[in-house]
Design a protein. Structure first.
Length: 313
């Protein structure tokens, strides 16, 4: 059994921070649970959207790199993030998206689950997937979306790979995933029961061009582990597989290890804790700019370099 319990968070690259904030909070109704900076490039925001409590597995996060070129779709990238919605909520979301002028690119059924595919204002592919799977979820009472229709968390990601066998071997024999079948050229792999938030889909494109990070694309996919011991166990196997993982990096709200899977997608293994309430109350999550302790001495400089960002009350 894998120490990995599912998706921890997905981080994407976006353009204007305010437009990103408006879409994910006002249109999709998610809560901004952490307004902070990219710890490696602290003159850039890092925005975390999740459920009311910021539970692991509900976080979709963004680096607003407005000067970056658009993503170049291709192999070696995560190409889509999907979000779980209640199975009865598809009509609500179709109407809501229409009200906000968000085009529905496609509707389909994936593994018996209704799926509505859209793009955010900067071209990021996002799918809303209807599911009855049990989720750890806390409704946000200030969301513009009624509690019974709110996004429950991360559903899955879709990757494009040149050589499926290489990535499959790594997922199964190093990370502890299992193969869950094929549907319309998409190969599914999961951990645990493989349900909502515990799987990914891969399409093999052997002659595809290499993708490149950019605005409207996913930067990395983070996988959940319960604690530091579980993280070190996974890291040891990744290192033995010659995937050159980083040392454990303290992100203050969780601990991280990064590495490239064999096809080139950037993966992270992140701990469930300490969690977002280590420096903010549950009631005030996301309302002010918070920094990890080691960046506090540079707060004045950091704040002077960040564009204004208005968080609606």
């Amino acid at each position: 059994m894998s120490e990995i319990s599912g998706i921890h968070h997905v981080t994407a690259i976006t353009g204007n921070a305010q437009a990103n904030l408006d879409f994910y909070t006002h249109v999709l109704g998610m809560r901004l649970v952490k307004k902070t900076v990219n710890q490696d490039v602290p003159d850039t925001y890092h925005l975390f959207y999740a459920d009311a409590d910021g539970n692991p597995g509900t976080d979709l996060t963004f680096f607003p790199w407005a000067d970056s070129p658009p993503v170049q779709d291709g192999i070696g990238l995560a190409m889509e993030v999907s979000l779980a919605i209640p199975s009865a909520s598809v009509p609500y979301w179709r109407a809501r998206l229409s009200d906000f002028g968000v085009a529905i690119e496609a509707e389909s059924v994936r593994h018996s689950e209704r799926t509505v595919a859209i793009r955010d204002p900067f071209g990021q592919p996002v799918a809303l997937v209807a599911t009855d799977d049990a989720r750890t979820f806390a409704a946000w009472d200030r969301s513009p979306v009624p509690a019974e229709h709110q996004i429950r968390g991360l559903q899955s990601v879709r990757l494009w790979e040149r050589d499926l066998a290489l990535t499959e071997d790594f997922l199964v024999n190093v990370l502890g995933f299992r193969a869950m079948g094929v549907e319309d050229e998409w190969h599914r792999y999961g951990v645990g029961d493989g349900g909502s938030g515990r799987h990914l889909d891969i399409r093999e494109i052997r002659d595809g061009a290499r993708g490149r990070w950019g605005v409207g694309g996913i930067h990395h996919v983070a996988w959940r582990v319960a604690d530091d011991a579980a993280q070190l166990a996974v890291r040891a196997r990744v290192e033995a597989a010659h995937r050159r993982p980083t040392e454990v990096i303290d992100r203050f709200w969780f601990h991280s290890v990064y590495f490239l899977e064999p096809g080139g997608v950037l993966f992270e293994v992140a701990t469930d804790g300490p969690g977002f309430t280590i420096d903010e109350t549950a009631e005030s999550l996301g309302e002010t700019l918070v920094l990890p302790p080691w960046l506090e001495p540079a707060r004045s400089k950091i704040e002077s370099e960040l564009p204004p960002l208005t968080v609606a009350p």
